[in-house]
Design a protein. Structure first.
Length: 158
């Protein structure tokens, strides 16, 4: 390699690996085990937005600490997937742009749930208890209950 490659720990507070003097349109990659797992960086041409270093891997990136899997990014190709093995802390942020679910265990948006309830029909029995008083009543009301049963649709309820 020609160019910048710094790996120092003396009194330096920064350790650099790679190049800082790339000309536009050039780049570098650092293999991580083989050519299918590597860090890549391409210097953007003048006037174009610069993209960050990318990680190219064949089986995604597994984040593992203290003998526990934490997160696995990109282990599936279709659809690209991120699997979280532990709890997610949102720090007062939101999950946005949820799509309609394809499976029962998938998260949905509030709008999806609201529309589901709009299409449901609810039976509503609203009753009014009149103020019935008895001489010794502490509440002022006497409440009685009854039961009903529904017959086949043509016959109604009794």
């Amino acid at each position: 390699m020609t160019g910048n490659l710094y790996l120092r720990i003396d009194t330096d507070t920064v350790r650099l690996l790679g190049r800082t003097d790339l000309t536009p349109g050039t780049g570098f990659s650092i293999p991580l085990g083989n050519c299918h797992n590597q860090l890549q960086f391409q210097k953007a041409a003048l006037g174009q937005e610069q993209s960050p270093v990318t990680l190219e891997t064949t089986h995604g990136l597994l984040i593992h600490t203290h003998n526990h899997n934490i997160c696995h990014i990109g282990f599936r190709v279709d659809p690209p997937t991120i699997r979280i093995y532990k709890e997610i802390e949102m720090n007062n942020n939101r999950i946005l742009f949820l799509v309609n679910p394809a499976h029962l265990h998938e998260a949905v948006s509030k709008n999806y749930v609201d529309r589901k309830f709009d299409t449901l029909s609810f039976l509503s029995y609203e009753g009014h208890i009149t103020s019935l008083e008895r001489a010794l009543s502490k509440t002022g009301f006497v409440v009685d209950s009854f039961s009903f049963r529904c017959l086949p649709p043509r016959m109604g309820c009794i």
